[in-house]
Each structure stands twice: as structure tokens, then as C-alpha cells.
Design a protein around this ligand. Structure first.
Ligand SMILES: [Cu+2]
Length: 445
């Protein structure tokens, strides 16, 4: 039987156990500031303790060709070594613990300690060697989604190579013949391994650094999970009923903001390895799709959009010049995908009279306080969550995030593009909430 948070608390029948009011399940998290290249970064240690670098860590290449590195939201770039003329990368497929947001950790499968795995970055023309070691409990492979490579390097278990058994290491070697945005994921027991979070991005920068040049270059993967409230492991047999919708296996407000300066040309590369499409929408700036996982889109074939639907197994890179200052929402436009686990298939209580229910339920269950909810919409849910509404262990409320004007009432696939004018060059730290100019905020009359 499918069970989720609705079995614990149907909306419109929120039971507040007074003893549970103060109980929240915060992950044990410690933040440490550190500096790289003069930019302040924050290292978040989660309780397992696997390390998550945040905000988005840029690892500038010390050897090899120069390029403007991507910023992987709540992620990192895999370092490499030059060996025998190749850029040599090591990927270890292994079980990991991922914190989706403070209050929820999930047993995932990933690479090198994180899920998604680290971003691989290299340059068009590079000869790369990727040594994949399998520390998963079952066999695996890696497929290099979108890359033009010899057939025997394509990573389809049984078809182009033997499976990589637990404990074994396989070498993939190929020349990067194109630039663009690609993905890596297993092509072995795919249903399970991708549902558990085995995936990562593969960025190939143009050989000619002046081509497709941007000032800020972000990337992340869309990933969905079915983690029943009170549990810690995704259900890999779920096909449609996911309850966690994430950017790089993080959910709002646990997702890095994308911080840019006025005048920056910005690229955001979004790959979709979920089981449904996601219309990704940006506020404040029209954009153009400049690249797909099939390659760059010619200038004459681009048109303006503010929402781009990203299908299953697709990547879309969008670009715009940041001209408008402010905190701009960037999210999936399927409204159920900007919600926590509680936002799905709840009983519809809109307009339902519940006035005498409190008394009736109080008589039946004297230890509980029944609060009629949902009659006038669901906006009150976030207030309840913040008051300490009893939740099952290890799950997140339907709506989260506090903004400068109150609850933001979002969750899941939602973050912000923060455009600022007066930031020092190369300072892309989070500058907090936007301070609106006098008389420029919608007001009560
Ligand atoms: Cu979506």
C-alpha cells in the first residue's frame, strides 16, 4: 500500500499533538567558512559525514587549457590529473547520504561522496581517461549522455561492455570532439540506480575560449525521488508518484541562489533526469535557449522565452544578460513541483464547512487539538509548519522559505537569481535580500 504524509495528517484534519509542538528534526549541520581565490565559501558538514561544498564551489583548473569554470548548484567539480597526455578523472560509484534541505537526509547512490556526482569539466579536443570504480552493492556502468565517442565507450551494460561488478574498476578513454553540456548516468539497472540519484553533469568547454563566452555559468540536474515520510531511502519502483522534486538533489530553501552582477551574460544549464518534463521559468528576464544536449543552437534559430519545457533526458542551456536588479524567482512552473512532500493528492477541503468538526473530533480524541484547515486555500500550511506542526520523521513541510516580506510558500524546484549592481568584480557571494528602491514595492492602498 502506498503510504505517505497524508496518512499521518490529512489536510483539513491537522492533528496537533501538544507534546510534539516543539519537536523539529534538524539534521546535525555545522557550517564553516573558508576561502578560495579570495572568495568566501561555506563548507557544510552533514551528519553522515559526507561533505557538501556550498555555495557552489568553483575549482579553477591549475593545469591544462584555461576556461571559465561552471558553478554547480550545491555541488562541485571533479579534479583531474594530467597523465600520459590524458586528463585523468576518477569516479567512484557508491552509496551516499544527501541532505535535501535541513531536516531531511536521504540514502542515495552517487559518486565520490555526493549525489549528484561531481561535475566533470574539460575542453573540446581533450583526451580524457575516466576510471570508474564500483562500490555499489550491484553492478553498474556509466553512459556519457550526448557525447560523440567510440561505440565501445558508450557505457551500455551488456551491449557495448560487460557490467562493472562490485569492487571492479573500468577505464573509459575518449577524445572530446564537441563542446556543450552533457550528462553521465548508469546504463545498468537504470530504473533503480537513477531513482537512487546516480547521475552527474559533463561540461565540455569550447576549444576557442572566446566562443560561447559568458560571465556566469551555472549548471544543475533535475532529479525526483519518492521518499515516504518517516523513511530515508527512495522507492525505486515509483514511476509517477514522486514526492521530492529537486535541483541537484536539494530542495528550496536548501538550494544555492545564482548570484550575478548587472551586465553579466549568464548561462544556466539544466539537465532533466527525472521521469517527467519540467517547464522551467525565470522571472524578470527573457532568455534564449543557446544549447541542448545535442549541441549549440545557431543564433538565427534562437527566440525569446521566459519558460522552457525540459523533457525527460533532455538538457537546455539558457542565456540572458542580467539587466534588472533584484531577487528573481527561478523555478519549475508545475506548481506541484515547488512543494514539499505534503503538497500532493491531499483531500480537497476548499469551501468545505468544518465549523463543528473541532468539537466532534475533540470528543473522540480528547488528547488532540483538531484545527479545521484548507477551507480557504492552503496558504496557512507554512504557518502551521513553522509553529511546529507534528511531522513524521525525516520529511519536509509542503511550503517553506522565509522572505523579507514573510513566508515564500515554496519548496522543491525553486531558487533565486540574485542580480546586484554594486558588487566588487568577482564577488559572487550571496548578498542577502534585495533592498528595493524607495516607492518601488507593491503596496496596500
Ligand atoms: Cu517540474
Amino acid at each position: 500500500m502506498k503510504h505517505d504524509r497524508r496518512d499521518f495528517l490529512g489536510l483539513g484534519a491537522v492533528l496537533l499533538a501538544s507534546s510534539a509542538l516543539a519537536k523539529t528534526s534538524q539534521a546535525q549541520e555545522h557550517n564553516h567558512d573558508f576561502h578560495t581565490n579570495g572568495v568566501k565559501r561555506q563548507l557544510t558538514l552533514v551528519k553522515n559525514p559526507k561533505r557538501v561544498l556550498s555555495p557552489s564551489t568553483v575549482i579553477t583548473p591549475r593545469k591544462g587549457k584555461k576556461y571559465n569554470p561552471v558553478v554547480t548548484l550545491n555541488g562541485w567539480t571533479l579534479p583531474y590529473e594530467m597523465k600520459d597526455g590524458a586528463k585523468e578523472f576518477h569516479l567512484i560509484a557508491e552509496p551516499v547520504v544527501r541532505e535535501f534541505a535541513p531536516g531531511m537526509v536521504v540514502n542515495c547512490w552517487g559518486y565520490n561522496g555526493t549525489s549528484p556526482g561531481p561535475t566533470i569539466e574539460a575542453v573540446e579536443g581533450d583526451f580524457v581517461r575516466i576510471i570508474v570504480t564500483n562500490h555499489l552493492p550491484e553492478h553498474t556502468t556509466i553512459h556519457w549522455h550526448g557525447l560523440i565517442i567510440p561505440n565501445g565507450m558508450d557505457g551500455v551494460g551488456g551491449l557495448t561492455q560487460p557490467q562493472i561488478a562490485p569492487g571492479e574498476s573500468f577505464v573509459y578513454e575518449f577524445v572530446l570532439r564537441q563542446s556543450g553540456t552533457f550528462m553521465y548516468h548508469p546504463h545498468a539497472d537504470e530504473m533503480v540506480q537513477m531513482a537512487m540519484g546516480s547521475m552527474g553533469m559533463f561540461i565540455v568547454h569550447p576549444k576557442n575560449a572566446s566562443e560561447h563566452k559568458v560571465d556566469r555559468d551555472f549548471c544543475f540536474l533535475l532529479a525526483s525521488y519518492d521518499v515516504a515520510p518517516g523513511t530515508y531511502t527512495p522507492n525505486p519502483s515509483t514511476m509517477t508518484e514522486f514526492n521530492i522534486w529537486s535541483f541537484n538533489s536539494r530542495v528550496f530553501p536548501g538550494i544555492d541562489s545564482m548570484n550575478v552582477r548587472v551586465g553579466d551574460r549568464v548561462r544556466i544549464r539544466v539537465g532533466n533526469l527525472t521521469m517527467t518534463n519540467h517547464p522551467i521559468h525565470m522571472h524578470g528576464h527573457p532568455f534564449e535557449v543557446t544549447c541542448t544536449d545535442g549541441g549549440w543552437v545557431q543564433k538565427s534559430a534562437r527566440w525569446p522565452e521566459v519558460t522552457i519545457d525540459i523533457g525527460v533526458g533532455q538538457m537546455r542551456a539558457i542565456e540572458f544578460v542580467a539587466t534588472e536588479e533584484g531577487d528573481w524567482s527561478f523555478h519549475c512552473h508545475k506548481s506541484h513541483h515547488t512543494m514539499g512532500a505534503m503538497g500532493h493528492s491531499i483531500p480537497n477541503m476548499i469551501g468545505v464547512k468544518q465549523d463543528d468538526l473541532s468539537e466532534k473530533i475533540g470528543n473522540l480524541m480528547p488528547d488532540y487539538m483538531y484545527m479545521p484547515m484548507g477551507k480557504n486555500g492552503m496558504a496557512e500550511m507554512q504557518d502551521m509548519a513553522e509553529m511546529g506542526m507534528a511531522l513524521p520523521e525525516n520529511t519536509l513541510p509542503m511550503m517553506m522559505g522565509q522572505g523579507p516580506f514573510g513566508p515564500i510558500e515554496m519548496g522543491g524546484m525553486f531558487t533565486l537569481v540574485k542580480v546586484r549592481r554594486n558588487k566588487p568584480k568577482d564577488d559572487y557571494s550571496d548578498s542577502g535580500w534585495y533592498h528595493h528602491p524607495h516607492n518601488s514595492v507593491a503596496r496596500k492602498v
